[in-house]
Design a protein around this ligand. Structure first.
Ligand SMILES: [Zn+2]
Length: 676
């Protein structure tokens, strides 16, 4: 939710994108009136002329930037692999991680053997204490509730280590629900034709994986595993409720787990997870955690063993022999995302290396591709927009003086990271072996988990980053009152030091404004200047905000990207507020930057038109129906075209394009949503 773009679309790629120094005028569709469909006006011909690469769920500016960043990252990794590296150095780890992933012959030869000890341990489960121990040993730091907003893990639970809600200067443990093979409870509980078809495909996938793993009675077992996951899904808290921090503020003592969530042997679970020393743990979704624990006590042990066997193999599939890789893609790639072609192996290897050794690769990336001048230019832009945001707060007539003072204080302590972290992750404890692809991946996940657990109870470093520099995204970290803008998004068309500033304000400026807004939106209002979970708004402030928010939710509820499938205005509310606020603050920043006047005309457009067109063009995206459905159901970000159309809430857009009553996007002045 606090990231700038959907997590699921952030796959990685390759092709070429020339850095535009101006608007893409040829990609516009001038036959469309801006007031009828602004996204199409700005991007129509590009949309008509563009195909989605077969191995991607969607394609657009983000995809092109992903490709660019990924091509650069691939070059770095390959260059590193080609040189002589000292044993134990970060370069050696990068080179060998990549090489092991690429060595398909070795992977084929090993078959399922890299999983032998894990599968044997599951098969040996003889009682529920051992079941809990296995589940605890599988816990990983693979979820992130507030920053990257990744609520998904196919392990029974997920751990998130983050500043404490009440004492944000100290890191604490948050436990999240998990256990599903499909992305969300809605996939299991949906009863329409599409949902039923996907459920059948998933049951089939479970069966095929079991068969490939040589497990007998695959059909019957698959049906039972599905039923177990369906029961977990029934216990799960919805995605919308998961995003409500007040429902997440549940501090349980270790004893609370046994009394409030009976069924799972919690002491055994925590002991195996290395969390035996934690006196309290925050339970993000009590209903989900309680429901899963209950099933751990009530469902047959044999069923749990089948379930764990399936998931152990399914998780490992991308690094198992080709038959597993293909089946994995058949379900997760094609059925869930609509991709028709598996990404080339080297691209997957680059992503995986990036995932395991993100900061080590990031260090090399910054050295080669992010000069100090780019960092300085980014910092200037941020300073301008922070100032513009502060002025908007000063001018707000609805905000009470007490709240206004707190908002200004929060803006004053905001930490803005540009390009890359000041403190890098230390990988000296991670072992990487050439020829051990799966063990490397499992080792990296465990290393990351242990590094997270090691931060528990320790002071928080506001400068800690939650994205790598080579990630094309941006982030607000509410519990640290911090923003992260990685090097890879500080690139054209978002940002180009050679372009007219107005285009940068329409691009990265709106992203910067968007992320700042998250510090002050419906969720940002819940975290004070120190990052503490404490509502700093008065009831009057909140009432005004809610009135605007409700109107914006209604505006988005009306959008229907697929027949019968509407955007969820409540789920996407924070993002939509941030887009309107970001666009407004960046517009002010742009006008201030030009001494209060519009930018000069160019390419046949006025300064203001160029600002809004630059904004709409960073949103150019084409998405496959399957991926679109998945995004609408599970992601806090609305589909891209509606993000461009949100310009309809800004007065200056009406003047810029002479938008009149009666046109589709027209909102009467009183109907436009102004939060900031
Ligand atoms: Zn956002």
């Amino acid at each position: 939710m606090r990231t700038f773009r959907p997590l699921l679309a952030a796959a990685l790629f390759l092709l070429t994108a020339a850095a535009p120094h101006g608007l893409d005028v040829d990609g516009m569709d001038r036959a469309v009136k801006p007031g009828e469909h602004f996204f199409a006006y700005a991007n129509g011909k590009w949309v008509a002329a563009t195909g989605i690469p077969p191995d991607r769920p969607s394609w657009g500016v983000f995809g092109m930037l992903d490709e660019k960043a990924n091509k650069r990252t691939a070059d770095l990794i390959r260059d590193t692999a080609a040189q002589k590296n000292a044993a134990g150095s970060e370069e050696q780890k990068i080179a060998d991680y990549y090489a092991a992933y690429m060595d398909e012959a070795a992977i084929e030869k090993k078959g399922l053997h890299p999983l032998d000890s894990e599968l044997a341990a599951i098969r040996a489960i003889g009682d529920r204490t051992v079941l809990a121990r296995i589940a605890g040993g599988q816990l990983r730091a693979d979820v992130d509730a507030l920053n990257a907003t990744n609520f998904y893990t196919n392990r029974l639970f997920g751990l998130w280590v983050s500043p404490d809600f009440d004492t944000p200067s100290i890191n604490t443990a948050y436990l999240l629900q998990g256990g599903l093979g499909m992305p969300d409870r809605d996939y299991y509980l949906g009863t329409d034709e599409h949902a039923k078809a996907t459920q059948a495909k998933y049951r089939d996938h479970v069966e095929v994986v079991l068969k490939l793993a040589g497990i007998g009675d695959a059909k019957i077992r698959a049906a039972r595993i599905y039923e177990l996951e369906h029961r977990m899904a029934e216990a799960h808290v919805s995605r919308t409720d998961s995003e409500d921090v007040h429902k997440a503020n549940n501090r349980w003592t270790r004893a609370d787990f046994s009394s409030k969530a009976p069924g799972l042997d919690w002491p055994a679970f925590f002991d195996a997870a290395g969390l035996g020393g934690q006196r309290t743990i925050m339970v993000w979704q009590p209903r989900g955690v309680t429901g899963i624990a209950k099933l751990a006590g009530s469902e047959p042990l044999e069923l749990w063993k089948d379930y764990l066997l399936f998931h152990a193999v399914d998780r490992a599939a991308p690094l198992l022999p080709k038959a597993f890789v293909d089946e994995n893609f058949r379900f997760y790639g094609t059925a869930l995302s609509g991709a028709t072609e598996l990404r080339a192996r080297w691209k997957r290897a680059v992503s995986a290396t990036n995932g395991a050794l993100g900061d080590a690769v990031g260090k090399l990336y910054v050295k080669r591709y992010f000069p100090p001048a780019a960092k300085a230019a980014g910092q200037t832009m941020v300073a301008n927009i922070v100032t513009a945001f502060g002025k908007r707060i000063d001018r707000l007539d609805w905000m009470t003086p007490a709240t206004r003072a707190k908002a200004k204080a929060k803006l004053g302590t905001l930490y803005v990271g540009i390009g890359y972290p000041e403190v890098w992750q230390d990988y000296s404890g991670l072992r990487v072996d050439r020829g051990e692809a799966l063990a490397n991946a499992q080792g990296a996940a465990l290393f990351d988990y242990r590094a997270s657990v090691a931060r528990l109870g320790k002071p928080v470093d506001k400068r800690q980053w939650w994205l790598t520099p080579q990630t094309v995204n941006a982030l607000n970290v509410p519990l640290q009152n911090a923003l992260n803008f990685p090097a890879a998004i500080l690139d054209a068309p978002f940002f180009d030091a050679a372009a007219d500033p107005v285009l940068n304000y329409g691009g990265i400026g709106t992203v910067i404004g968007h992320e700042i807004s998250h510090s002050f939106d419906d969720q940002g209002s819940q975290f004070d200047a120190a990052g503490k979970l404490a509502n700093w708004w008065t009831p009057q402030d909140f009432a005004h905000f809610k009135e605007s928010a409700d109107r914006l939710a209604a505006e988005f509820n009306a959008y229907e990207p697929l027949p019968g499938l509407h955007v969820n205005g409540a789920l996407t509310l924070s993002e939509n507020i941030a887009d309107v606020a970001g666009l407004s603050a960046s517009y002010d920043g742009y006008r201030n930057g030009y001494g209060g006047k519009p930018a000069p005309s160019a390419q046949g457009f006025t300064g203001d038109q160029r600002f809004f067109l630059a904004f709409a063009q960073v949103w150019r995206t084409k998405t496959r129906p399957e991926a679109l459905r998945r995004q609408v159901l599970t992601d806090g970000h609305p589909p891209a075209q509606y993000r461009a159309d949100t310009a309809r809430n800004v007065d200056a857009w009406y003047a810029a394009f002479d938008v009149k009553a009666g046109e589709k996007l027209y909102l009467p002045p009183g109907g436009r949503v102004r939060v900031w």
